[in-house]
Ligand binder design. Structure first.
Ligand code: DOR
Ligand code: ZN
Ligand code: ZN
Length: 354
């Protein structure tokens, strides 16, 4: 049994408001605790999206009353940058969608990027969905505006190499990688079946996957990009992209430790130390998780807390199981059961303006 800090997932989609049939603040934060995450940063592509103080306050109210784990909310960058900086202190950061994905938030023209890069405060990160050449453009913007940017879910060899090169030249770029891009490739798509394999960024080649493992030192964070959609939606005509990930990230990463592909310290750096620093988060006092590193089991969606009730890792044999979670002095998960009540989760930006 080992004790680790409460993990931080800097990239989750809670779906409320507008997508409660996929997940809501209660089911999503139950899934977080059952996955060993005591703090989650929630993305703004809800319906309606979080793009101003009215939509931000509405989601905050929901989250405050329902969350079981601690949280902060991203604001989303729309065409108008004028009023966002006033909100910045209260947010996890600003999310910019620069490539196609789920939801209406997307900025195509680079002249719309500029006001956000110029005015968003430096102590709040800019988290960016940008792939391939768009990612290179976002890195250029980090250099032009001399401000940190955090690139979400890096999946390709060319991307991790651009980030590595940028960092070697002192450009302030950090990045995250998802477990699904570390453990799945396009070769898994036929087995997963059509819509169930849809995700953005798409599952990449084996060479891309290998490049992520080869450049582990360039990867600052592991982030689930927990993006639940229902089985009906994934089976349907236009399957929305996204995988649930909160409850599979830690077991997959622990299995990589058992297989000597990672160390426990690699996990702590990327699921705690680095997110804390990059997102300027306060440490959670009296908070830790306990893990049985020897336990062998199989991933089953039926045992999960997430409402979406499927996983791309169904039946995967894993080694390493979460046994207990303590959040701010209170036992909130033990032996497969979530013990916290809705409303126990705190907005970590409320107390610390750091
Ligand atoms: O696959 C994805 N799903 N990628 C994203 O960037 C968004 C997410 C979602 O919200 O469903
Ligand atoms: Zn994204
Ligand atoms: Zn996402």
């Amino acid at each position: 049994m080992i004790k680790l800090p409460g993990l931080i997932d800097p990239h989750v989609h809670m779906r409320e408001p507008g997508g409660e049939h996929k997940e809501d603040w209660q089911s999503g934060t139950r899934a977080a605790l059952a996955g060993g995450f005591t703090l989650v940063l929630a993305m703004p592509n809800t319906k309606p999206p979080v793009v101003d103080s009215a939509s931000f306050n509405a989601v905050l109210k929901l989250a405050e009353s329902k969350a079981l784990c601690d949280f902060a909310l991203f604001a989303g960058a729309g065409p108008d940058a004028a009023n966002l900086p006033a909100l910045a202190e209260r947010t996890a950061g600003l999310k910019m969608y620069l490539d196609q994905t789920y939801g209406p938030l997307r900025l195509d023209e680079m002249d719309l990027w500029m006001p956000h890069f110029a005015s968003w405060p430096l102590n709040r990160p800019l988290a960016i969905h940008a792939e391939s050449r768009t990612l290179a453009a976002a890195v250029l913007f980090a250099a032009l505006f001399d401000r940190p940017v955090h690139i979400c879910h890096v999946s390709k060899r060319e991307e991790i190499l651009v980030i590595k090169a940028a960092r070697e030249r002192g450009i302030p770029v950090t990045c995250e990688v998802t477990p699904h891009h570390l453990f799945l490739t396009q070769e898994d798509i036929p087995r997963m079946g059509g819509g169930f394999a849809e995700v953005r960024p798409v599952l990449a080649s084996r060479a891309d996957q290998q490049a992520l493992w080869d450049n582990l030192d360039v990867i600052d964070c592991f982030a689930s990009d927990h993006a639940p959609h229902t089985m009906e939606e994934k089976k349907g005509e236009n399957p929305p992209p996204g995988f649930p990930g909160l409850e599979t990230s830690l077991p997959l990463l622990l299995t990589a430790v058992a297989n000597r592909m990672l160390t426990i310290d690699d996990i702590v750096q990327r699921c705690y130390t680095n997110p804390l620093r990059i997102f300027n988060l306060p440490a959670q006092p009296d908070t830790w998780i306990e893990v049985d590193t020897k336990a062998k089991w199989e991933i089953r969606a039926a045992a999960m807390q997430s409402r979406c009730s499927w996983t791309p890792f169904e039946g995967y044999p894993v080694q390493g199981r979460l046994e207990r979670v303590v959040l701010r002095g209170k036992e909130v998960f033990r032996d497969g059961k979530v013990l916290a009540q809705p409303g126990y989760g705190r907005n970590i930006r409320e107390r610390s303006q750091g």
